[in-house]
Write a protein that binds this ligand. Structure first.
Ligand SMILES: [Zn+2]
Length: 88
């Protein structure tokens, strides 16, 4: 089993809690909240794409460099447009 650190953050689509694992940082098996991400880990998880377990949308981490994870939900293909249509 590899060592890794975990950063928790909020899905930008459904607001459920998600987490992203980082294997290239200090790897001390720590879990960091999205508002207190160590700079080293923040740099590594920027641009990562994480699929939400709840809404199955892809969250792209656009910036964690201010020690807070900012992400957006990637707009998706046709099935998702149908899904969106139903919601609205
Ligand atoms: Zn979600």
């Amino acid at each position: 089993m590899g060592m890794f650190d975990t950063v928790t953050f909020t899905c930008s689509h459904c607001r459920k809690q998600m987490e992203v694992q980082n294997k290239s940082g200090p790897c001390e098996l720590q879990t960091y909240p999205e508002t207190a991400v160590p700079g080293e880990i923040a740099a590594d998880i920027t641009d990562k794409v994480v699929v939400c377990d709840h809404c199955h949308r892809q969250n792209v981490i656009v910036s964690a460099l201010s020690r807070a994870v900012v992400c957006y939900t990637r707009p998706l293909e046709e099935e998702d447009h149908i899904f969106e249509g139903r919601v609205h």
